[in-house]
Design a protein around this ligand. Structure first.
Ligand SMILES: O=C(O)CCC(=O)C(=O)O
Ligand SMILES: [Fe+2]
Length: 295
C-alpha cells in the first residue's frame, strides 16, 4: 500500500500518531513469524539462543539476527523517510525488539513517554531512564499476530502537552484527566502498524486472558541523540546494505547502553531446568537442605 508522506506527517502533528497498516506485506510478516518460532521456544541462556523472560513478556534475543526481512522492515524506506521528516534530522534505530506480551493478573504497564535515554548501570544492574524534553522522534509498533485485546493504547494529542511536565516519565497519576482521549488498537489483524511521536503518552493495554500478543517495536532517534542499544547483526545480512540502511543501523558507532531488557537470571529457568537441577543434587543433600530451610 502507498502512503502520502505529508498526510502522515500532518496526522502525527495533529494527534500524535498515524496508522500505517498495509505498509508491510503480509507474506513478509508470515516469513518472519516462521523464522522466530524456534527461538521463542526456549529461554536465552548459556549459549542457547532464545528469548529473554521478564515478567509477563518474552523478548527475542538478538532480534535483528533472525532474518534479512527483519532488517528490511526496520530500514523500510518509507518508515525512515517519515522519521527523518518528523525529527528534521537523520535518524538511527536506538531501541528495537520483537516480543510477546502474555496476559497477566499481576503485571500492568504504566502510562509513559519514551523521549529519553535508558542507560544501563552495571553496578546497580538496572537501566536508569532520563527524560530529554527536546528529543523528538517516532516509535513503530507492528503486530505479528492478530490482536484482540492487550493492544497498544495512545493518548490522542498528548505529544503536545507531555513535554511540559519536565523530567516526568510515568503518567499514571494523570489518567483521570486524559481518560477520554485514549485510543486502543484492539481487534486488529497482524500487520497492523502504528507510528507515534514517542512523547505521546502510551502503554500496552493490561489484559488478563486470551491470546499472547506478538509485536515488533522500533524507536528512531534524531542523530544528536545517543546511539542507544548495541546493533547485533548476522554476517549473512551484511552484503548489499545501502548507505541509508547502514546509517539507520549505526554502522561504525559505539552503543551507549545495553540491549534491553536484562532480567534476573532466575527468570530464565524453565520447569525442566529446575527438575534437572533438583535431579543433579544427591537426595540426602537435598533433604538436608530442605530441612534446614523449614527450620
Ligand atoms: O507493547 C506496547 O504496546 C507498548 C510498548 C512500550 O511502550 C515500550 O516498550 O516502551
Ligand atoms: Fe513505550
Amino acid at each position: 500500500m502507498k502512503f502520502d508522506l505529508n498526510g502522515c506527517l500532518k496526522q502525527i502533528n495533529d494527534i500524535g500518531f498515524v496508522d500505517l497498516s498495509g505498509l508491510i506485506e503480509i507474506n513478509d510478516i508470515k516469513e518472519i513469524v516462521n523464522e522466530i518460532e524456534r527461538p521463542f521456544q526456549a529461554t536465552h541462556v548459556n549459549g542457547r539462543r532464545g528469548y529473554i523472560k521478564m515478567g509477563n513478556q518474552r523478548f527475542l534475543a538478538n532480534t535483528l539476527s533472525w532474518g534479512r526481512k527483519i532488517l528490511d522492515i526496520y530500514t523500510n524506506p518509507f518508515i525512515v523517510e517519515l522519521c527523518e521528516a518528523y525529527s528534521q534530522s537523520e535518524v538511527h534505530l536506538s531501541n528495537y525488539r520483537i516480543y510477546q506480551t502474555l496476559p497477566s493478573k499481576n503485571f500492568k504497564m504504566w502510562w509513559h513517554v519514551d523521549n529519553k535515554t535508558d542507560v544501563f548501570d552495571y553496578e546497580k544492574e538496572i537501566f536508569i531512564p532520563e527524560i530529554i524534553s527536546a528529543d523528538k522522534g517516532l516509535i513503530i509498533i507492528m503486530y505479528l499476530v492478530d490482536v484482540k485485546e492487550g493492544g497498544v493504547q495512545l493518548v490522542k494529542g498528548s505529544h503536545k502537552w507531555s513535554r511540559k511536565h519536565e523530567g516526568k516519565e510515568s503518567f499514571d497519576d494523570l489518567e483521570v484527566n486524559f481518560g477520554e482521549d485514549i485510543v486502543t488498537f484492539n481487534n486488529k489483524p497482524k500487520g497492523t502498524l502504528i507510528a507515534y511521536d514517542y512523547a505521546t503518552i502510551h502503554r500496552a493495554e493490561p489484559y488478563q486472558g486470551g491470546n499472547t500478543r506478538m509485536s515488533l517495536f522500533g524507536q528512531y532517534s534524531p542523530s544528536w541523540m545517543p546511539t542507544g542499544e548495541p546493533i547485533i547483526l548476522h554476517s549473512r545480512d551484511l552484503a548489499g546494505l545501502t548507505e541509508k540502511q547502514m546509517q539507520v543501523l549505526s554502522f561504525g558507532r559505539n552503543s551507549t547502553t545495553e540491549n534491553w531488557p536484562i532480567a534476573q537470571p532466575v527468570e530464565a529457568l524453565q520447569k525442566h531446568d529446575i527438575d534437572n537441577i533438583l535431579n543433579s543434587i544427591p537426595k540426602r543433600k537435598l533433604i538436608k537442605q530442605l530441612l534446614r530451610k523449614t527450620k
